[in-house]
Design a protein around this ligand. Structure first.
Ligand code: BJW
Length: 239
C-alpha cells in the first residue's frame, strides 16, 4: 500500500472512538457524553468553579466505570506495533482512560490528562488516583482537600505540546484513529504533519470533520481497522 514504504517514524493520535468498542461512551455521537452533560458545565474551569460537586461526581463516575471495561483489539494491536516496529513511534492519546496501558502499550502521551491522576490545586503536584474526589480527600502530598481531576478542560493547555509538535515535524507517517477532529490543537496535527512532509492516514468509523486533510481515509470500527493496518506496517517491515 502506497503509505507504507520506508516508514521510519510514526506519530499516532487516538481519540474516544478507539475505546468505543470497549464500552466507553464517545463525546459527540448520539447518546454520547455531551448529550448527557453540558460540556460547559463539566469540562471547563468555569464549570468547575461554579459547581465542583457536579464536576467531581462526573469524573468519579467515569473513573469508576473504567474498572468495568477492558482493552479491545485496537488497543492491543498498537501495543504489538510498539513492541515490533523498528523505527520511532509516538502514541498520543486524547483519551483519559487507561486502556492503551492495559492493552500493553509502554509509552503513551496523554495530552488531555488521565482519569487516574489527581492534580492538587494547593501544591500543584500530581498523584496517582483511583478513588473518588467528591468527598474532598486530602492531597497525598500536602494534605490540602484541594484535588481536581488531572484532565485538560476547554481553555486549558494540553500536555507535552512541545514533544508532540517536535515529533510531528519529523514523522514519515501520521495516523489518526477514532477522533472526530472537532477539538484543537489535536484536530490540527494532520495539517502540521502533512505540511512537514508526512503521509497521513485516518482510521475512523466515519469521515471526521478533517477527513479531507488526509492522504488516505479508511472507515469502519477501530477493532477491525487498526489490527489490519498494524499487520500491514509490520508485514511491510519484514516482507
Ligand atoms: C469510532 C468508533 C469505533 C466511534 N471505531 N471510530 C475556535 C476554533 C478553533 C479552536 C477553538 C475555538 N474556540 C476554542 C478553541 C480551542 C478549544 C477547541 O478546540 N474548541 C472546539 C470546540 C472548537 N480547545 C481548547 O480549549 C484546548 N486548549 C487549547 O486550545 O489551548 C490553547 C492552545 C493554543 C495553541 C496550541 C495549543 C494549545 C483544550 C481542549 C480540551 C478538550 N478536553 C476534552 C475533555 C477532556 C477530559 C474528559 O475526558 O472529560 O477532551 S473535550 C473532549 O473532546 C475530550 C476529547 O479528548 C476531545 C476530543 O474528542 P474525540 O476523542 O475526538 O471524541 P468524539 O466523540 O468527538 O469523536 C469520536 C470519533 O470516534 C467519532 O468521529 C466517531 O465516528 C468515531 N468512532 N466509534 C472507530 N468503534
Amino acid at each position: 500500500m502506497a503509505l507504507m514504504p520506508d516508514i521510519q517514524s510514526i506519530v499516532i493520535l487516538t481519540g474516544a472512538g478507539i475505546s468505543a468498542e470497549s464500552g466507553i461512551d464517545t463525546f459527540r455521537s448520539a447518546g454520547g457524553l455531551w448529550e448527557q452533560h453540558k460540556v460547559e458545565d463539566v469540562a471547563t474551569p468555569e464549570g468547575f468553579a461554579r459547581d465542583p460537586d457536579l464536576v467531581l461526581g462526573f469524573y468519579d463516575m467515569r473513573r469508576e466505570a473504567l474498572s468495568k471495561v477492558e482493552p479491545n483489539p485496537a488497543h492491543r494491536a498498537l501495543a504489538k506495533l510498539e513492541r515490533e516496529f523498528a523505527g520511532e513511534l509516538l502514541l498520543v492519546t486524547q483519551n483519559v482512560d487507561d486502556l492503551h496501558e492495559r492493552g500493553g502499550v509502554e509509552d503513551v502521551l496523554h495530552m488531555h490528562g488521565q482519569l487516574k491522576s489527581a492534580l492538587c490545586l494547593s501544591c500543584e503536584i500530581r498523584s496517582p488516583w483511583d478513588r473518588t474526589m467528591f468527598d474532598r480527600p486530602p492531597c497525598p502530598v500536602c494534605k490540602a482537600p484541594s484535588l481536581r481531576p488531572d484532565v485538560v478542560w476547554f481553555g486549558e493547555m494540553p500536555y507535552q505540546m512541545d514533544r508532540i509538535y517536535a515529533s510531528l515535524l519529523t514523522a514519515d507517517l501520521f495516523v489518526s484513529i477514532g477522533t472526530s477532529g472537532a477539538v484543537y490543537p489535536a484536530a490540527g496535527f494532520v495539517q502540521e504533519a502533512r505540511a512537514a512532509g508526512a503521509k497521513t492516514l485516518e482510521l475512523n468509523l466515519e469521515p471526521s470533520e478533517g477527513s479531507h486533510h488526509f492522504h488516505e481515509a479508511r472507515h469502519g470500527p477501530a477493532g477491525d481497522l487498526v489490527p489490519q493496518w498494524v499487520d500491514e506496517v509490520l508485514g511491510g517491515e519484514t516482507g
